[in-house]
Design a protein around this ligand. Sequence first.
Ligand code: ATP
Ligand code: MG
Length: 277
Amino acid sequence: MNFTATQRERLLELGCPKAETDRNFLDAGTRNKTFALLEKQFARETKERIRSLFSGERQPSLSVLRERLSAELIKNGFTRVETPTVISKEFLRRMSLDSEHPLNNQVFWIDANRCLRPMLAPNLYYISKSLLNVCEKPLRVFEIGSCFRKDSSGAAHMEEFTMLNLAEWGTELEARQSRIRELAALVMKASGIADYAFETEESTVYGETLDVMCGGLELGSSSMGPHPLDAAWGITDSWVGIGFGLERLLAAREKNGTIRAYGRSITYLDGSALNVK
Ligand code: ATP
Ligand code: MG
């Protein structure tokens, strides 16, 4: 027999490796005893990790990753922007997210005309149009911030997650593919992930995209232009762009299946469950 569903969930929550939670037992007594021992061990380790945060040894990894990615991109000629979380219906329409679109069902509406952004691209498109009137190309810009999508459950989806979206406007046409790989490599290196691969995917927003994958988990999706969406934003330049989920980057690096532990939360702090005593 195996651990009960509740026992298994508790052990996983405490950071017990999945293989341990798949163990087989001859009888319930041995199983329950093993559970109690493992729970105690992993709860102790969890408490130690939480205490080490508050002793100032380190900061939560989502904050650290945000700053590391930021520093690395800035070093490579990018400028960081911060744009509003609330966007207009018109911006979604310009991204082709009309009522027929699958992502449309995942949008959190505030009222008839405004929603919580499900992606960073609309605001980046909008401000880049203005920036391109003022700055030399290539123009390199990025944002790191919360995005919101409904019906996002399971080990790889959250309703609120942290996206990094970078864009380079004015990339040489022939260099776009290699530039995407170069920029993805930069993000992977800064995230401490070595075992990633590229995969071609069909995106409902961008058409064909080159995705960055790690052990079956999509870490990021890239795209390039000139693109049919550009016209709605008045943009005619060539470009490359990639969007990464920071919680997925952390789960991939830590080899911990659940991204929930790394996101904005009141039940987890930096991958550690807070319901320990
Ligand atoms: P998936 O197919 O895995 O649902 P997606 O292709 O819809 O993801 P994109 O629109 O390409 O996602 O967003 C870029 C990145 O943002 C994804 O590669 C992923 O890392 C992250 N991401 C997207 N949705 C979520 C979510 N609900 N929770 C956490 N991260 C997400
Ligand atoms: Mg994608």
